[in-house]
Ligand binder design. Structure first.
Ligand code: ZN
Length: 76
């Protein structure tokens, strides 16, 4: 858990690449659970440009298994 924390792109970089805010796919950190939630672009708008996807990941808790942490990816 402590090693190799991945630096993911910021929301600003994501918006620049897409010409707008894409939605996000939030996957449970436990691959055996596999729960996924899709966030609509208007839900993603509340976060600033300098927020990294890897900053958001610890903020999610799986609604299915209750595990904290997630794998966040752009929903292109
Ligand atoms: Zn889960």
């Amino acid at each position: 858990m402590s090693q190799g924390r991945e630096q993911k792109i910021t929301l600003g970089e994501m918006r620049a690449g897409q010409g707008g805010t894409p939605g996000l796919l939030v996957y449970c950190a436990d691959y055996r659970c596999g729960h996924m939630v899709r966030l609509a672009p208007d839900e993603v708008e509340k976060w600033a440009d300098d927020v990294r996807l890897s900053d958001l990941e610890p903020q999610f808790t799986c609604t299915k298994c209750g595990r904290r942490g997630a794998d966040v990816r752009p929903d292109f």
